[in-house]
Write a protein that binds this ligand. Structure first.
Ligand SMILES: Nc1ncnc2c1ncn2[C@@H]1O[C@H](COP(=O)(O)OP(=O)(O)OP(=O)(O)O)[C@@H](O)[C@H]1O
Ligand SMILES: [Mg+2]
Length: 269
């Protein structure tokens, strides 16, 4: 744990009750204001890491340390928007404030501000069934932002969206992150998304879940569309893809007798 770390995980292992070793000796320190992606194949423990950081799941051994109370101001965005179908956009976004006991009048300004951040002003009275997939995800993000978090934990928030919507939401998220200076931990299967967004990509491998590479993405922000087609972007994507292949091939060698080993790289992107 360094002075600028928001949180750190030290030698964290997680064994589920059925004996699955989801994480083994995982070390990860995330610094204030970083945008860190966790990238890896299905089952490598990305969600398990995020749940432990959020306090939604226990570790079997190891330690999670927080600096300066940052854990009090944390929000989680799940893969599914998970909105209440019977409630308007405004009331969906208001939910965390309502649960914390804040009255309607007191929460109105925060709800309006969160909706403005995700570009949904004007849709306050709409119901989820009236929104596109991308708009539903914006509501879900607004519901996280309404609590004014310092740390944003996002578990494949754009995984179910089409490519164009994903690109747009990636750009909007980056703009907000630059303005608000949150610390973001972002889970994804998508190498391109991870490189575009992050200043650090943590590459994980499965069985047991562990960190195999910590790749700084030294490209300046704001990241424009030109960055997506640049030689530098291509270089990072190739490098990370090679690291994933390498980790997968070690795994396949280690488990040569297992017929259940997936082709990890094919399942990415
Ligand atoms: N509640 C649970 N009980 C038993 N095993 C679990 C449980 N949750 C996860 N696992 C197992 O732990 C491992 C890590 O799961 P986790 O959900 O963290 O992976 P992931 O990297 O998020 O995968 P995905 O990309 O598919 O979401 C997997 O082998 C999974 O089957
Ligand atoms: Mg997951």
């Amino acid at each position: 744990m360094t002075p600028s770390s928001t949180f750190s995980l030290s030698n964290v292992s997680k064994v589920y009750s059925n004996g699955t070793v989801a994480l083994q000796d995982l070390n990860l320190a995330v610094n204030d204001g970083q945008f860190v992606s966790l990238l890896g194949p299905s089952g490598c423990g990305k969600s398990t890491v995020l749940r432990i950081v959020a306090g939604l799941g226990h570790m079997s051994s190891g330690q999670l340390s927080w600096s300066h109370q940052a854990n009090r101001r944390m929000a989680f965005v799940f893969q599914e928007a998970a909105l209440m179908p019977w409630a308007t956009v405004q009331n969906n976004v208001r939910l965390p404030l309502k649960l914390s006991g804040m009255g309607k009048a007191a929460s109105n300004a925060a709800v309006a501000e969160a909706l403005e951040m995700v570009d949904l002003t004007g849709f306050e009275s709409s119901y989820p069934r009236e929104l596109s997939g991308g708009m539903k995800m914006r509501v879900s993000i607004a519901r996280a932002l309404v609590t004014k978090p310092e740390v944003l934990l996002m578990d494949e928030p754009f995984g179910a969206l089409d490519e164009m919507t994903r690109s747009k939401l990636n750009s909007d998220l980056l703009n907000l992150w630059q303005q608000k200076q949150w610390t973001v931990v972002f889970v994804t299967h998508n190498i391109y998304e991870a490189v575009y967004l992050s200043n650090r990509v943590i590459v994980m491998a499965a069985r047991p879940g562990r960190v195999v590479a910590d790749v700084p993405i030294d490209a300046p922000y704001p990241r424009t569309e030109d960055f997506r087609t640049s030689a530098m972007f291509n270089h990072y994507c190739r490098d990370i893809s090679a690291r994933l292949s390498q980790a997968a091939s070690h795994h396949l060698q280690d488990n040569a007798s297992s017929v259940r080993s997936p082709n990890v790289v094919d399942s990415l992107v």
